[in-house]
Design a protein around this ligand. Structure first.
Ligand SMILES: [Zn+2]
Length: 132
């Protein structure tokens, strides 16, 4: 992949990172507001469940943020686009669609097949235990 293209992806990622960061800040200040306004009211349960949803979302955003950050680091270290598993170059098309992918298509497929196989083995084990 051309350096210019990589830099373009990098700036998109930096922008995404900023977005996620400001979202996280908003969530925190929203949560603080809600606590201040309703602290003594019977709506506490509703606030708690809202808070739970917010926290789950934030957790996901934090994970995404880590992924974005790592991808930026990979670009800076010249490791962007190299498959973690086999060391070959990840196809440019794949990187354009999913810049954060760390596996080439072949390794990703292999991983998914293995995952399915493992799940099936677990399921079969479950059945044989039931029969004992
Ligand atoms: Zn690979």
């Amino acid at each position: 992949m051309r350096q210019r293209r990589i830099q373009l992806i990098r700036s998109t990622l930096v922008q995404k990172m900023e977005e996620l960061r400001s979202n996280a800040d908003n969530t925190i200040s929203k949560m603080k507001d809600a606590e201040g306004n309703f602290a003594d009211s019977f709506d506490q349960a509703a606030i708690d469940s809202n808070k739970f949803v917010e926290l789950v979302c934030r957790d996901r955003e934090r994970e995404l943020m880590l992924d974005v950050k790592e991808t930026i680091l990979r670009i800076d270290r010249g490791l962007f686009g190299i498959c973690d598993h086999c060391g070959r170059m990840i196809h440019e098309k794949r990187l354009s669609i999913e810049p954060m992918s760390r596996l080439c298509t072949e390794c990703q497929e292999e991983k998914e097949i293995n995952h399915k196989r493992k799940n099936r083995q677990w399921a079969m084990k479950g059945i044989s235990y039931n029969h004992v």
